[in-house]
Design a protein around this ligand. Structure first.
Ligand code: HEC
Ligand SMILES: [Cu+2]
Length: 329
């Protein structure tokens, strides 16, 4: 029954990639050593109870024995354990470094942490990101992927427990962590550094897919969006109330009312209809979910950085929601 808790989409004890497997063994080794040390200590402790008569010792002898414990238990033992741990853990750290690969370059995906959502950018031919999405990370399986991570505001941490990590995301400083998924699958991920009120609701849905599927997924999003008919009022309202923070590729520029200057960006909504969740894991995506999120997002995720839309009537929000649900490649 206890072991059943070891599985699950966010369990480091159920590794699904080389880096995570390394970490898994370090974890077990540390647990094993700690158990042995604890058992030895408990045994000594019990022994002190069972021992009847105190042996006669001179102060000098007492001191010698004390010194032995301090040197052995306080210096030698920690030194040996730390060196052993270092030797054991060094390959683990190495496995997450972006070292040159014999078979060419690893796929590069940029991940930007925001309060409290994830921006995912896929660099195109010239290195500029040409596909930008949010809260859903799609990666190829069975090959190393370099995640170039950074933060837009405070310190977050990038962590996909079943693939390995974690790594701090610092504002203004990029770092690369290499991870790999053995097989296609869906993995949970979570910001692992307390980053403010909604830190718990900063989840990331990770999907590893076979190379061909991944390429097709990207190609779909690289293609110019198909022109969409209808929803004129929704688009008008979006241009007025939302476009200052949210980008939708192909959205007509003349509709964007930029009378409010917000010093922030919201998630890119170009493929919002195809995302599995809303609000970084707060709501599952289903029919009507976007409108519901737009009306209740400050109760669903209190304090999140999107201002409340109380000044917009429900019908308009439902209209916008219905239109956004069609936003799929
Ligand atoms: C001041 C900037 C701002 C404005 C204006 C704004 N939003 Fe947002 N929006 C955000 C931020 C920030 C988030 C991320 C909230 C979170 O999950 O913590 C967000 C989240 C969302 C999401 C969920 C995205 C996802 O991937 O989960 C949708 C949908 C959305 N906004 C639609 C709208 C619509 C429609 C409007 C106009 C009625 C609007 N927003 C106005 C900043 C804004
Ligand atoms: Cu965070």
């Amino acid at each position: 029954m206890l072991l059943a808790g070891c599985a699950g989409e966010m369990s480091i004890l159920d590794p699904s990639g080389p880096a995570a497997r390394h970490q898994f063994w370090v974890w077990w080794a540390m647990l094993g050593v700690s158990v042995v040390v604890a058992l030895v200590l408990f045994t000594l402790w019990l022994y002190t109870f069972r021992r009847r008569e105190q042996p006669e010792r001179t102060p000098r002898e007492e001191q010698r024995i004390m010194l032995r414990w301090v040197l052995g238990g306080g210096i030698a033992l920690p030194l040996v354990s730390i060196i052993a741990l270092l030797v054991f853990a060094a390959p683990t750290g190495r496995s997450m470094l972006p070292l040159p690969l014999p078979e060419g370059e690893a796929e590069l995906i940029e991940v930007v942490g925001h309060q409290w959502w994830w921006e995912i950018r896929y660099p195109g031919e010239n290195g500029e990101p040409d596909v930008i999405t949010a809260n859903r990370l799609v990666m190829p399986a069975g090959e190393p992927v370099d995640f170039r991570i950074v933060s837009a505001d405070v310190i977050h941490a990038f962590w996909i427990p079943r693939l390995g990590g974690k790594r701090d995301m610092l504002p203004g400083r990029h770092s690369i962590i290499r991870l790999e998924a053995d097989v296609p699958g869906v993995f949970g991920a979570q910001c692992a550094e307390y980053c403010g009120a909604q830190h718990t609701n900063m989840l990331l849905h990770v999907e590893a897919m076979p190379r061909e599927e991944y390429d097709a997924w990207l190609a779909e999003r690289r293609a110019p969006p198909a022109p969409r008919e209808g929803f004129d009022e929704a688009r008008q309202a979006f241009g007025e109330h939302c476009a200052a923070c949210h980008t939708v590729d192909g959205f007509p520029e003349e509709l964007i009312v930029d009378d409010v200057t917000y010093d922030m960006v919201g998630p890119n909504l170009t493929d919002i209809g195809s995302r599995p969740t809303l609000g970084a894991g707060v709501l599952p995506m289903e029919e009507g979910a976007i409108a519901y999120w737009l009306e209740h997002h400050q109760t669903l995720k209190p304090g999140n950085r999107m201002p409340p839309h109380n000044h917009i009537d429900t019908e308009t929000l439902q209209d916008i929601g219905a239109w956004l649900e069609t936003m799929e490649p």
